[in-house]
Design a protein around this ligand. Structure first.
Ligand code: G3P
Length: 218
């Protein structure tokens, strides 16, 4: 399973790269706003900076919601850098745009997916990635990871190439469950990735190894 980081924060992206486990980056308009990046030119310059830090795919989201607007914006974003993947919302004109981009060889990430029907439509339209938001489903008392399992089964039944990019991940067990079910990618903030490191028996074991070494050495 690939690890993407879900942030527009350059330091966090650098930290995940430094750990040696990062395969790509996803962003969205909220994450850009959180970093104080505003205005079309600044936002596009920021995407380019992200592409210079990472080697993998970088999702850049369109703001337009009509077909012509999505096409224009998506083509401009894709032209910024070869690593850019155009993020398109799961709406009617978005699905049409997914097909258009797919036919043009422009890679896409269909975002705001909350049902297996939406994921089926995204795959039929040729999306490169589909982003089911598991944390936001959990927030409304619905098992987010079950959606990942349903989509996995549907995509496997028909050998769809669309990759399942599990998004809205909130904690390390979301990552582990997604890996167990067979999501292709998990995108998450840095904290849940680093939380995968933690186990008290590792800390206790290391402390014992080091103290035994010190005793034997003295
Ligand atoms: O980038 C989309 C998704 O990962 C958002 O996560 O935590 O805002 O639900 P969250």
């Amino acid at each position: 399973m690939k690890f993407f980081i879900d942030t527009a924060n350059l330091e966090e992206i650098g930290e995940a790269m430094d750990l040696g486990v990062l395969d790509g980056v996803t962003t969205n308009p909220s994450l850009m706003a959180k970093e104080g990046i505003t205005g079309t030119e600044n936002i596009r310059a920021h995407y380019q900076k992200i592409c210079e830090i990472v080697e993998g795919d970088v999702s850049a989201e369109v703001i337009s919601t009509d077909f012509q607007g999505i096409i224009k914006e998506g083509e401009e974003l894709a032209a910024l850098h070869e690593q850019i993947v155009v993020k398109v919302p799961m709406i009617r004109d978005g699905v049409k745009a997914l097909r258009y981009f797919s036919d043009k060889g422009i890679r896409t990430n269909c975002t705001l997916v909350f049902s297996s029907g939406q994921a089926l439509l995204a795959a039929k339209a040729g999306a490169t990635y589909v982003s089911p938001f598991i944390g936001r489903l959990d927030d409304v008392s619905t098992e987010g990871v079950e959606l990942i399992a349903d989509i996995r089964q549907i995509y496997d039944n028909f050998l769809f190439d669309t990759q399942i990019l599990a998004a809205s991940i909130r904690h390390p067990m979301h990552i582990v469950e997604c890996a167990r079910i067979g999501a292709d990618v998990a995108t998450c903030p840095l904290k849940p990735i680093l939380s995968l490191l933690n186990h008290p028996l590792t800390d206790i074991g290391l402390e014992k190894f080091l103290s035994d070494h010190r005793k034997a050495d003295s």
